[in-house]
Design a protein around this ligand. Sequence first.
Ligand SMILES: *Cc1c(COP(=O)(O)O)cnc(C)c1O
Length: 460
Amino acid sequence: MTSQATSKLRDLDRRHHLHPFTNHRRMFAGPAGGARIIESADGAHITDSDGKHYLDFMAGLWCVNIGYGRAELAEVARAQTLQLPYYNSFFQTAQVPAVQLAEALAEVTPPQYTRAFFGCTGSDANDTIVRLARYFWQAQGRPQREVIISRRNAYHGSTMAGASLGGMEKMHEQGGLPIPGIAHIEQPYYFGRGDKYADLSEDDFGVAMAQTLADKIEELGAEHVAAFIAEPIQGAGGVIIPPPTYWPAIQRICKQYDILLIVDEVICGFGRTGQWFGSDTFGIDGDLMTLAKGLSSGYQPVSAVMVSERVASVLDSHDDEFSHGYTYSGHPVACAVARENLRILRDENIIDNAREQAGGDLRDALQQLASHPLVGEARCCGFIGALELVADKTSGRRFAPPGAAGRLCRDACFDNGLVMRAVGDTMVLSPPLIIRRPAIDEFTTKAQAALDHTQRELAR
Ligand SMILES: *Cc1c(COP(=O)(O)O)cnc(C)c1O
């Protein structure tokens, strides 16, 4: 695209397009005077309208797991569009791609999950889950089991229910959230644990944070609690990898109080943590599971709620309908593309190869960056990771107020042709699973340069 065409488009964008999660005033005041326009992509790289290439170490928004430019997915979408572009799954009807995707998901997910309920986004899948978890108890004559417990700083989407489940204060402030019947507990964030827990070992901290769930259940009364929801690793909250003691303790507490365990696998699913699901990596035995993002590698908007036999059997035996669904639940084109994505992940052994070949290299790269004076901690699990930027490396003291260092570093990454995202002063990364050594070396060099630049700017 010519620079003239780019500025025309940027001008139209500015006049007519309202962006999600964007400070518009800051965007208009930025050096480009508007949005960065991405025009094409291939493998792990994206290209903007000026022809500049970037290594996309976020896989879009944590979703393009098989990488960009896979023609098979385009062909499947074209063929399905011609054969049957749309039909619904309401009122005792189904179409081929939805059934086939449901079967494929039952096969790759942990064995208790036998059924899939489809939607278009992770947010709407979590809305479905709020209604489904409450309906599960209603159908058994326990309508007072209504509260869903989540965690501070969790991310479960942007709809009214999704943002309410989420623990983002800024999101709650806008729009009068959370909706009733949602409670929040602490997150297992060891690096950010603060003075109160400073003396605890990582293992003890994991147990202490799980105990906040038991405390909350006791406070509310177990007879009022429907479920607990959590991401195996908190993604948008800053890639918070729980201590190894955390999930086993959570599991015990959910069993003890007989509440449903909901695992939001929207980021962790489809290989991100080095296994098919975060549930596999952490040994989580859930009742409901949220899937989106990597389900289609972002090629189509599609999500699924995986339903365990425990929940499905209650619905099956209840003489009533679950009054819920979306026009595009089980959309044929989206389901066909998602199934082809699963086929590629499986047939090309992408998850195993990623874990073995590149996983170690990524860990080494982060370890190398961990010695940078700005980095207080580097962590990763499979293909999701974070670099914590700190004001003082020895004491681990954070920047106050937070955010400026992260923004500087993120912008420096962009200028260097690297996409990393900043969550406050935590740099997060989630590359496509197909990256190999050359891309990891490119990442290390560019991230190092961005950190150096950030340090120089902060010193001024
Ligand atoms: C992105 C995300 C969602 C929301 O998915 P959308 O498709 O953006 O609605 C929900 N849960 C988690 C863990 C996510 O990362």
